[in-house]
Design a protein around this ligand. Structure first.
Ligand SMILES: C[S@@+](CC[C@H](N)C(=O)[O-])C[C@H]1O[C@@H](n2cnc3c(N)ncnc32)[C@H](O)[C@@H]1O
Length: 526
């Protein structure tokens, strides 16, 4: 069954040789093009941790007044509870009315109220919503066709058994029981279990402009895109609006792919996650390649690269023992497993300890998973506690050493957003330490260079009309005024090209590289 939707003028749906159906380019799609835009996904709701801090319709986050970095991204938002259930919150009457009348809160409210103070988990809330839509629509409607066409992998879930299958049965049974409270419609557990499987296979995390997960989204249009670990497109959110944008030029009739999982993970972890969560063996170009760049190790003598599955430095020909290399790789795998166990916990001490243990092998470079994730976790934690200088060191490390390899295209949305965060943190450090630090970088020049890079890439990464592009433009104007930069300045020519491409910033870039190298040396030596 195919969903009865026209995906976009740029894309068409076709049976795939090994992945069910897939989405293909109808014509040459230039890099940085919006391929799909879904303004009203079927389901788009806050996850359990964000029910209190996000609007249940538009996903606007309540403004956190304690963090001036986050402040830069968000307009002021105040949320009020739905007085019926006191579980969900809204930022405006308009959002509340639309959620009530069109998205299903009229149906859910009484169920949530009956459970209060217990709150249903996000998957239970999602399946009730999806089931309600499925049964209330006229048979043959787009919604009924769209939901009906989604892959459920129900047999694979049942065959695999284990915790996930138990959870599917438990949530479906619970939700069926809760649905009896409603006088409108109640559901059988088997039907809800099928909806649950569809949600797990086809939903995506709603993310903020800084790519932090805040909710669950299911749109049958975007659910048709298959996965690649080296995708040519990326899924993004602007509030509840979902879009898929090209990361490179996509030739006509080529499959358009997105990544279902964290880009920074190692091949083994990626393959295991895709198999256990989505029931397929990934055979993308990256997974089938002999050695991917992230798997290279570092020569302890000259810092040259030791390609995966080899034991000799490609620059100085130093030979490293197999045992030493295997021990370093095994340590990285064990830190990855520990990090997954800690889940969202980004406590500084254990994370820092893990990072030091990896660097102390002297064989693992900053790109080797999970080192980039640990730097990112630490940067986030330091930002949360207002320790700008340490956050800056981790962000500079990612900017200099990791992003050019991991997000090779300069307009990859994650790279653009992280560069903007780096600029915002730099402002905070400049306020705390106006005299500069380390090699005394010229804050004004570097800040202007970073913002020039972000402004020049945001059109392709996010689209010129996105809220993020608007925030970036506002910030750039503010900075130009604050530092007295005339908008016709020579450097405007270098929009989007990156710090290294701006001629009068060569000296500053050299200082930044030195700061990062010294910082990494401190992590290695202790
Ligand atoms: C969100 S759906 C994508 C659309 C799906 N192909 C369909 O026909 O409905 C996810 C499912 O598609 C299949 N899939 C996605 N990417 C794949 C890939 N790279 N290789 C094989 N199967 C894939 C898996 O069955 C996966 O559980």
């Amino acid at each position: 069954m195919s969903p009865p939707v026209n995906l976009s003028p740029n894309a068409y749906l076709k049976d795939h040789i090994s992945a069910g159906r897939g989405v293909f380019a109808s014509n040459i799609i230039p890099a940085g093009t919006e391929i799909l835009s879904v303004t009203d996904p079927l389901i788009c709701i806050p996850d359990d941790a964000h029910l209190d801090s996000c609007c249940h319709y538009c996903m606007a986050e309540a403004t956190d007044e304690t963090s001036s970095v986050n402040q830069a991204y968000r307009p002021l938002v105040k949320l009020s509870y739905c007085l019926g259930c006191r579980v969900v919150k809204y930022c405006s009457k308009a959002c509340q009315t639309t959620d009530w009348k069109q998205k299903g809160h009229k149906y859910e409210c009484v169920i949530y109220k009956a459970q209060y103070p217990r709150v249903l988990p996000v998957t239970a809330r999602a399946i009730l919503r999806m089931a309600k839509h499925f049964l209330s629509e006229t048979p043959g409607s787009n919604i009924v066709g769209g939901i009906g066409a989604l892959k459920a992998h129900a047999e694979d879930f049942a065959k695999t058994g284990g915790e996930r299958w138990e959870m599917a049965n438990l949530i479906a049974k619970g939700a069926a029981e809760f649905s009896k409270v409603s006088k409108q419609v109640s559901f059988e557990p088997e039907f809800l279990r099928d909806m649950y499987c569809k949600v797990l296979i086809n939903s995506a995390s709603v993310v903020t402009q800084t790519f932090d997960p805040i909710g669950l989204c299911l749109a049958y249009q975007s659910a048709m895109f298959n996965h690649s670990c080296d995708p040519n497109a990326v899924m993004m959110f602007d509030g509840r609006q979902l879009s898929i944008r090209s990361l490179k030029e996509i030739p006509k009739d080529t499959e358009i792919t997105i990544s279902y999982i964290e880009n920074l993970a190692a091949r083994k972890e990626r393959k295991e996650e895709l198999k256990s969560r989505y029931f397929f063996e990934c055979s993308c170009s990256l997974c089938s390649s002999e050695a991917e760049p992230l798997e290279s190790l570092k020569c302890p003598k000259c810092n040259g690269a030791i390609a995966a599955n080899t034991t000799t430095c490609s620059s100085c020909t130093e030979a490293i023992s197999d045992d030493e290399l295997s021990a370093a790789v095994a340590l990285a795998a064990s830190v990855t497993a520990q990090r997954a166990k800690r889940n969202a916990d980004k406590s500084i001490n254990p994370t820092l300890k893990s990072l030091r243990s990896l660097y102390s092998t002297k064989l693992l470079p900053p790109t080797f998973p999970p080192i980039p994730q640990l730097h990112q976790d630490l940067a986030t934690s330091y930002i949360d506690e207002g320790n700008w200088k340490l956050a800056l060191h981790h962000l500079l490390t990612l900017y200099v050493k990791v992003y050019p390899v991991v997000y090779a295209t300069p307009y990859h949305p994650v790279r653009v957003v992280r560069t903007f965060t780096l600029a915002m943190v730099l402002i905070q450090v400049a306020v705390d330490e106006p005299e500069g630090f380390g090699e005394k970088i010229d804050f004004t020049k570097v800040l202007y260079g970073l913002l020039t890079e972000v402004c020049g890439n945001v059109e392709k990464s996010h689209g010129g009309n996105s809220s993020f592009a608007e925030v970036v433009r506002r910030k750039m104007e503010e900075v130009k005024i604050d530092v007295g930069i005339d908008s016709n300045r020579e450097a405007d020519k270098w929009m989007g090209k990156g710090l290294k491409a701006i001629p009068d910033l060569e000296g500053e870039v050299a200082k930044i590289i030195k700061i990062v190298d010294e910082f990494l040396a401190t992590l290695t030596s202790d």
